[in-house]
Design a protein around this ligand. Structure first.
Ligand code: C2E
Ligand code: CA
Ligand code: CA
Length: 422
């Protein structure tokens, strides 16, 4: 038994599952396995101490036991993980009702040490023997479904589906290959020019990561960055991107282009790292470049998760001379209130906004409004994903400062980028 909650622990669960799945194989039983994971326990442990976290766990375990009923077997198998076996119950409608009630009961305010804390949970559900005939499969499937619930935005439940297994498999396989990618030199950077809207002069480049894997071929960043982010591998990889970008900045400065900016995409986990400011400073120093050559691109969602800390770090970086750009503007909250508070110099309007400016006069006026607003805050505006001349003409009319997109150039290898400069 688990000493904190008095519930069976992982070993207890294992025993029960062996018995239950044996019955299922003999056609004497069927049922459901629920994997319940609390969403933000780590934050509570980190900010309020472990005794606060313990209180949350005890309260949660009582809720779960009460909701799941007498016939249920409830175990606590890890810090914030519970597993419930519902023997005899494989009616999806009934199980989803139970899961709804559990989500509602667990996503609430807790009063702990005089503070109101908001908690929520994610639940994955697998049926047996339908989805799984072995213990390993049963737990793995419920766990996969739980991750699907997390991906769907947390605070919800999901049933296991075979396609989840493929997704989970892809994640494991790609993450394993990613672990070796850095030492095996499989990464490279491509550079996409950013040009002035008037006169089409190159004002800088955005560094975009490329991965050529011996096992998987060319893997696009949208596919592997999320896995690098989840596994923490984004820290060494992001560090490499920073160093390589600064080295490239140095190279073009040596060719007489020290006024050009190199933009580097920064992911949430990088910005959250305690040593982020020091890491950036070290990359700049190592390459011997002027900090003003470096732009860091962050998205709104990166900033929102821990606003105060992020803003603090970005201000430190700006004091060094580094520029900050708000990437993908228009896809997130795009709140004007905090745009004023953010230490950014540049606004990058997302491609999805630019795509429709030719179809619709309202859309173009809207983009024009964003640009005017950005200018009133002294921000430079870059339009992303500009693919044709007509879009360029429209953007010039509404005062857009810079453009980036296939019209001017796709991302190209370093040597080609230098040729374009010349
Ligand atoms: P992003 O920062 O919005 O980068 C722009 C993406 O749009 C790039 O895709 C670029 O190739 C593409 N693009 C540029 N112009 C056009 C155009 O005219 N038409 C179309 N259809 N696409 C255009 P890419 O290189 O596949 O990168 C995708 C995303 O991956 C990036 O979006 C960025 O969020 C992420 N990423 C790339 N490199 C890094 C990196 O080094 N670190 C981190 N954290 N993220 C990166
Ligand atoms: Ca970007
Ligand atoms: Ca972007």
């Amino acid at each position: 038994h688990d000493t904190l909650t008095g519930l069976p622990n992982r070993a207890g669960l294992q025993k029960q599952l062996v018995a239950e799945l044996q019955l299922a194989r003999d056609n004497k039983s069927k049922g459901a396995i629920l994997f319940i994971d609390l969403d933000d326990l780590k934050t509570i442990n980190d900010t309020m101490g472990h005794s606060a976290g313990d209180e949350v766990i005890i309260t949660t375990s009582r809720h779960i036991v009460a909701i799941m009923g007498k016939k249920a077997f409830v175990a606590r198998i890890g810090g914030d993980e519970f597993v419930v076996i519902l023997p005899g119950c494989d009616d999806k409608a009934m199980i989803s009702d139970l899961a709804d009630i559990a989500i509602q009961a667990l996503s609430q305010e807790y009063l702990i040490a005089g503070k109101h804390l908001h908690m929520s949970a994610s639940i994955g559900i697998a049926l047996y023997p339908k989805d799984s005939s072995t213990i390993e499969d049963a737990l793995k499937n419920a766990d996969n479904a739980m991750y699907a619930a997390k991906r769907a935005g947390r605070n919800c439940w999901r049933f296991y589906e075979p396609s989840l297994q493929e997704e989970a498999f892809e994640k494991i396989v790609l993450t394993n290959s990613l672990r070796r990618a850095l030492v095996q030199n499989e990464f490279s950077l491509y550079f996409q020019p950013v040009a002035s809207t008037h006169g089409s002069r190159i004002v800088g480049f955005e560094a975009l990561l490329r991965w050529k894997s011996p096992e998987h071929g060319n893997v696009p960043p949208d596919r592997f960055i999320p896995f690098a982010e989840q596994s923490g591998l984004i820290l060494p990889i992001g560090n490499w991107v920073l160093q390589e970008s600064c080295r490239f900045a140095r190279q073009i400065a040596d060719l007489g282009f020290s006024h050009l900016h190199i933009s580097v995409n920064i992911s949430p986990r990088q910005l959250a790292a305690d040593d982020f400011v020091a890491t950036v400073r070290a990359s700049i120093a190592r390459a011997g470049i002027d900090a003003r050559q470096l732009d860091l691109e962050v998205t709104e969602s990166t900033l929102i998760s821990s606003m105060e800390e992020s803003v603090d770090k970005l201000i430190k970086l700006r004091n060094l001379g580094v520029n900050v750009a708000l990437d993908d503007f228009g896809t997130g909250y795009s709140s004007l209130t905090y745009l004023r508070r953010l230490p950014v110099n540049t606004l990058k309007i997302d491609k999805s906004f630019i795509d429709t400016i030719l179809d619709d006069a309202t859309q173009l006026r809207f983009v024009g409004f964003i640009i005017a607003m950005a200018h009133s805050l002294d921000l430079t505006v870059v339009a992303e994903g500009v693919e044709n001349k007509e879009q360029l003409t429209c953007l010039a009319q509404v005062g857009c400062d810079c453009i980036q997109g296939y019209l001017f150039s796709p991302p190209v290898p370093e040597s080609e980028a230098i040729l374009k400069l010349r």
